[in-house]
Design a protein around this ligand. Structure first.
Ligand SMILES: [Zn+2]
Length: 73
């Protein structure tokens, strides 16, 4: 199955986050597990980053303030 890139939004001041990997959620659901979350850190000077969940799926993390700043600029 081909999916678009996963994008997770975090709050403007967040430096650490816990996100759900949708691909893992699907796998977990089919296998009866419920451990599709993973944790990451994004420093305040970074507006976005790409992380890998614990199974290696790519998840893009966007800081919420980035979109606001771009539209305001
Ligand atoms: Zn995953």
């Amino acid at each position: 199955m081909i999916r678009g890139e996963q994008v997770v939004l975090i709050s403007a001041r967040a430096t650490s986050f816990t996100a759900v990997c949708v691909e893992c959620a699907d796998l977990d659901a089919s296998e009866g597990y419920a451990s599709s979350t993973f944790a990451g850190q994004l420093d305040l000077d970074l507006n976005h980053g790409t992380f890998l969940c614990r199974r290696g799926h790519s998840v893009r993390v966007e800081r919420a303030s980035a979109a606001i700043a771009e539209t305001a600029a």
